[in-house]
Every structure is written in C-alpha cells, then in structure tokens.
Design a protein around this ligand. Structure first.
Ligand SMILES: Nc1nc2c(ncn2[C@@H]2O[C@H](COP(=O)(O)OP(=O)(O)OP(=O)(O)O)[C@@H](O)[C@H]2O)c(=O)[nH]1
Ligand SMILES: [Mg+2]
Length: 297
C-alpha cells in the first residue's frame, strides 16, 4: 500500500495505518513519509515530555494524564522511548498494566520507539513521528524517556513542556541538578508524595530550579489536576524566545547526529592519533561539505 493511502487511512482513524507509518518513520523510508505529509499543518498539538530517573513513576503519571486529556476529548499518542533500555528492565509489561484503562480506546495510540536505531536515533525519529501524529490528527503526544542520558535532552528540544519526575528522598534534588536533569525541566513533579520527605524534596528543589514544582501521587490520582494546570500554564506562557531556543537545540541535536554518522570521523581520528592532523584541522574537515558517499543513508 502506498504511503499516501496509509496517511489517508490513519487520518480516518486507522490504528494499523498509523502503526505502519510510525514504523516507516523509524526506517530508511522516513524521508518518503515526510515528503508525503507535506508542509506541517497549523495545529495546536501539544508535545509533553515526561522524563526522570528509572522507576520514578513516569508511566503511571502518563496513564493519569491520558485520562485527563481523554476527558477533554483529545486524541492522545504515547511514545515510550526505548522502554527496552536496561534502566527500565522489563517495564513494558508493567506499562501495559498501567495503561489497561486506555488499551481499547481507539483515540489512544501507544507506541514504543527505539532511541538508538541506525538512522540517527531519537533526534531524527521523534520529530518525524511528531510531524506524522500532528498531520493524522492527534492533539497530544506524551513522550516518556528515562532521564539518564542524551534522550531527555533530545526530547526537551521538541517538547512543550518537559516534565521532570522525581521522588522524595535525601539528595534527590541535588542529584537531579548534577545530572543536568533540572536544566531541561519546565515543570518538576515530586511523585510518590504519599511517602515521607516530599516536602523536604520540594524545598531542596526550590533552591535548584525556578520551574514550578508540584507534589504528585500519580498512583492515587492525587496532584494530577495541579500537574495538568502547570502544563497548561507553561504552554500559554511559551514565548518566541523559548521556541527559538528549542529550535536551536533541535537543530544542533540533528546536526550532531549527522556529524557522528560521517564515515570520515574514524579516518580523521586515526590521522589525529597518528599525528598527521591536529584535532582543530580534523574538526574543520569534519564540518566541510562531504560527498554523498561519505554519508550514511
Ligand atoms: N507509593 C507510590 N508508588 C508509585 C506512585 N506512582 C508510581 N508508583 C510505583 O512506582 C513504580 C514505578 O512506576 P512506573 O510508572 O513504572 O515508573 P517509570 O518511571 O515509568 O519506570 P521506568 O519506565 O521503568 O523508568 C511502580 O511500582 C508504581 O506502582 C505513587 O504516587 N506512589
Ligand atoms: Mg515507564
């Protein structure tokens, strides 16, 4: 079936067509899909990034958010980035259970995305997936990443807002700050607030970030309304300057991915190690326009 047909079907609500298109977007046929989609439609689609340490309650929070957005009549897509990562070991089954309320809802699409494919990873696949979801009529995308590496930074480049989920516990706030997690936070949620120490963690966090902080017990549905209010408020206050900053981060991330994929990188590294080039010259060479066969597909 050709891509234009799939797009039509997906627009008309076909899950199977949407799934096929998302697979194509992760494959080397991504550009074909993007071309068929045409220019980005004017759409108020929201992309909410949910990130945080393993087990912080990201999926539980997403399940609660899905309910809220469904009550508003939104079509919702959940992208779980790299759920097979060693950090969330086997969480996919658990996520199924947390998402049971939504599994038979034809307006909720749940999809996992591998962050380290051969085609430039998350930085390239997720914006394309988002473009696709926007064109086929989704109103909200909730994207889950484990906040332990590059992926949450890449998500933050496209998400508005990025919610960082932490838990009560001594040192959590400081650790999150150290790990650079708070830098990507537009909203911070202290989940598992039914446990001791939530107030203290909120106080510690206030010293580390200007982002709004909400207390959450996602598993009990407590604080979810406050979280949604913070997400809504952030979206309204989103400025051109912030959008420019996000676009810059996204461009840099994509450019970085392209540079890493250059086949001459290894050759340049050898010439530096062998003393034929210095790293500055090698960097210049890496940035120089390459011939087509220097690039990966
Ligand atoms: N006490 C308490 N436990 C919670 C709360 N929210 C989630 N949990 C539990 O925390 C565990 C992890 O929840 P998940 O939602 O899978 O966390 P996650 O951040 O998506 O985990 P990974 O994807 O594996 O990184 C589960 O056992 C949840 O039941 C909460 O508000 N209070
Ligand atoms: Mg999860």
């Amino acid at each position: 079936m050709d891509i234009a047909d799939l797009i039509d079907r997906a627009r008309n609500g076909s899950f199977r067509a949407a799934g096929r298109l998302l697979s194509l977007v992760e494959s080397d046929r991504r550009d074909e899909v993007l071309t068929a989609l045409g220019p980005a439609p004017v759409s108020a689609m929201r992309v909410v990034g949910i990130t945080g340490p393993p087990g912080a309650g990201k999926s539980t929070t997403i399940a609660a958010l899905v309910s809220v957005y469904r009550e508003r009549g939104c079509r919702v897509a959940v992208l779980a980035v790299d759920p097979s990562s060693p950090f969330s070991g086997g969480a996919l089954l658990g996520d199924r259970i947390r998402m049971t309320a939504h599994i038979n809802d034809s307006d909720v699409l749940i999809r996992s995305v591998a962050s380290r494919g051969h085609l430039g990873g998350l930085a390239a696949a997720v914006p394309a997936a988002i473009r696709l979801l926007q064109t086929i009529g989704y109103d909200v995308v909730l994207a889950e990443t484990v906040g332990v590496g590059q992926s949450e930074i890449e998500i933050a480049a496209v998400a508005d807002p990025t919610v960082v989920i932490l838990n009560p516990g001594m040192g959590d706030a400081v650790q999150a700050a150290k790990a650079g997690l708070l830098e990507v936070a537009d909203v911070v949620a202290v989940n598992k607030a039914d446990r001791d120490g939530a107030e203290q963690t909120v106080r510690d966090l206030r010293a580390e970030t200007d982002a709004p902080i909400v207390k959450l017990a996602a598993a009990r549905g407590e604080g979810v309304a406050e979280l949604v209010a913070a997400i809504d408020a952030h979206h309204r206050s989103d400025s051109r300057a912030r959008r420019l900053a996000r676009a810059r981060a996204q461009i840099l991330s994509l450019a970085h991915t392209r540079l890493r994929a250059r086949t001459d990188l290894d050759r340049l590294a050898e010439s530096v190690v062998d003393g034929r080039d210095d790293p500055y010259t090698a960097a210049e060479r890496l940035l120089a326009p390459s011939t087509q066969q220097d690039r990966e597909p």
